[in-house]
Design a binder for this molecule. Structure first.
Ligand SMILES: Cc1cc2nc3c(=O)[nH]c(=O)nc-3n(C[C@H](O)[C@H](O)[C@H](O)COP(=O)(O)OP(=O)(O)OC[C@H]3O[C@@H](n4cnc5c(N)ncnc54)[C@H](O)[C@@H]3O)c2cc1C
Length: 519
């Protein structure tokens, strides 16, 4: 490795979402390239296509795309993308008719310095927790967009992310990275990994006979985990005992009419042995049932998904259903010697709460921040990266499991088994015990950049009817009127936006025609 990061050669293995986001983040961060500067080469095997699923994102993706230099208008147009303002959960609590709640992206009112949750819990609860503290639920109920045509790119009147066509996203990023950022793109298949005498990866032997050497190899090879898993043999820590989902049926379904509304949330509906994602793009919906094969057969799960679709008015006869295996877990290390894993090669849990692409973004940014100036400094960069991402995987598991633990469903062993204490991480059990007497708040989390903050925990806990017995000493009589005023203000703000924001589909169509104002 040379003295200066900007002189190094980076090889990225894999041309899925992970590979191209990582290429884009690194290339935009270190623009000086060419004979004198850094080189970034991305290799992918033509015969091994990217996984082609992963349509829900997290609001961080806006700053990632902006950093890479992508226009929001181009992205929305070319990836058939739509606005996502959070997730709406159906049938997760008891499966009854009124069983629904939101996890919106906009933070609760006063979130910087005022915890409204104790005051909502101590009040009449005339509307749901999320609706009381966050104006965004009203926008989602009404199917509205989070911005106006005059709102500049990447800014919004409510916090938002996107739903996107995964099969179009990677090629879209590829074009930008190659044409605008100077990333070299090679179609070839790795057949052997060659080490040097220290154990570092020296170069990759390709099917074509070519060899690729690099200072740092970034493993974005998906579930095959070629470098970190197969070459280095870093153990895979399976999480199957905690998160039971291990299979998916995925399908794409057309809208009934060209002007059918586009939901601006991911709809997540609990079924007997898992849950269904339902995501509206501009051109079609992407739907899938993730389930536990220990609790339901593939055939029965497919029938259940078809019943879900039929109830939504979808004709299922002509649809083509794809089965995908999921092995919940992550690697014991992500950065070993001169190799770091990003994306599915590092791990995957399940798509509830769309935490995979955000982990890719965080990994890519972290690599860019930690890149050591010389090989001698790499062990410390690896150690910091490994500690941070181990913490993140563990916290994501806590957050995903929370949804299952709080469910009161008893209609199948899947839901009952999910509440067995031996399947619940100790860290989550401790937190839940604490939150019985204390509403989640900033101090409960130790990292500066948490994937799921106190706000997310509040939305899930109180959306699912969790009881916190707030001690009277924590309710301040001076703050109470302030808290009530913030909730009233939330309702007024929701009303004002409801009368000014366009429907999701209407805005997306306008953007296709006129584009958004660049910033
Ligand atoms: C059912 C399901 C639903 C999901 N939903 C979401 C969601 O809503 N939100 C979210 O954030 N994430 C979601 N994900 C995760 C998301 O799909 C992935 O995180 C994302 O697509 C990144 O994949 P990847 O780039 O790591 O791997 P892949 O897309 O699998 O790409 C692997 C690449 O490695 C290359 N490769 C493999 N072997 C070789 C070789 N020998 N030589 C050269 N190249 C090679 C391939 O050519 C390919 O380009 C979902 C995943 C599943 C399974």
């Amino acid at each position: 490795m040379r003295q200066d990061d900007s002189d190094c050669d980076y090889v990225i293995v894999g041309g899925g979402t992970a590979g191209w986001i990582t290429a884009g983040v690194l290339a935009s961060r270190f623009p000086r390239r060419g004979a004198e500067g850094m080189s970034i080469t991305l290799i992918e095997a033509r015969g091994l296509p990217p996984i082609g699923v992963g349509e829900g994102t997290w609001p961080t993706v806006r700053s990632t795309l902006k950093q890479i230099g992508i226009s929001e208008t181009d992205f929305l147009r070319e990836c058939d993308a739509s606005f996502k303002q959070g997730t709406q959960f159906f049938n997760w609590v008891d499966g009854g008719d009124a069983d629904r709640y939101y996890h919106p992206f906009t933070l609760p009112a006063g979130y910087e310095d005022k915890n409204l949750a104790p005051y909502w819990l101590d009040g009449p609860k005339s509307s749901s927790f999320a609706a009381s503290v966050c104006f965004q639920t009203a926008l989602c109920d009404a199917g509205l967009a989070p911005k106006l045509i005059s709102t500049p790119e990447y800014t919004g009147l409510a916090n938002y992310a996107y739903h996107l066509d995964a099969a179009k996203f990677a090629p879209f990023l590829q074009k930008h990275c190659v044409e605008k950022l100077g990333v070299r793109h090679v179609y070839d298949e790795i057949v052997r990994v060659q080490s040097d005498e220290t154990g570092d990866i020296a170069y990759l032997d390709m099917k074509s006979g070519e060899q690729f050497a690099a200072d740092l190899f970034i493993d974005c090879s998906g579930f095959s985990s070629l470098l970190i898993g197969k070459h280095f043999g870093v153990p895979f820590l399976a999480q199957r005992d905690c998160l039971f989902i291990d299979r998916a049926w995925a399908v794409q379904t057309p809208y009934a009419t060209e002007d059918a509304p586009i939901a601006s949330v991911t709809q997540s509906t609990a079924l007997s042995c898992g849950w269904v994602w339902d995501i509206g793009l501009t051109t079609r919906r992407g739907v899938g049932y993730v389930f536990s094969s220990a609790h339901v057969s593939d055939d029965a799960a497919l029938e259940e998904l078809k019943r879900y679709l039929a109830a939504k008015g979808d004709a299922t006869a002509a649809l083509s259903f794809r089965k995908i295996d999921i092995n919940a877990g992550y690697r014991q290390e992500y950065w070993r010697r001169n190799c770091v894993a990003v994306g599915l090669s590092a791990g995957f849990l399940e798509p509830l709460e769309a935490s995979a692409i955000v982990m890719i973004e965080l990994s890519a940014k972290s690599i860019a921040n930690l890149l050591p100036g010389c090989r001698d400094a790499m062990p410390r960069a690896a150690q910091l990266f490994n500690e941070t991402f181990r913490y993140r995987w563990e916290r994501i598991i806590d957050f995903l499991k929370l949804h299952y633990v709080l469910s009161g469903r008893t209609d199948s062993p899947f839901w009952v088994d999910n509440r067995r204490s031996e399947s619940i991480p100790e860290s989550l059990r401790y937190s839940l015990e604490y939150w019985r007497h204390h509403c989640p708040w900033h101090e409960d989390f130790s990292h500066r950049e948490e994937v799921f903050s106190a706000a997310s925990y509040q939305y899930i806990l109180y959306g699912m009817g969790f009881e916190t017995e707030t001690p009277a000493s924590l309710l301040n009589d001076q703050d109470r009127p302030l808290a009530l005023e913030k909730m009233n203000e939330t309702a007024r703000h929701a009303k004002a936006l409801q009368s000014s924001l366009p429907a999701n589909r209407e805005l997306l169509a306008k953007i296709r025609r006129f584009g958004l104002q660049k910033i």
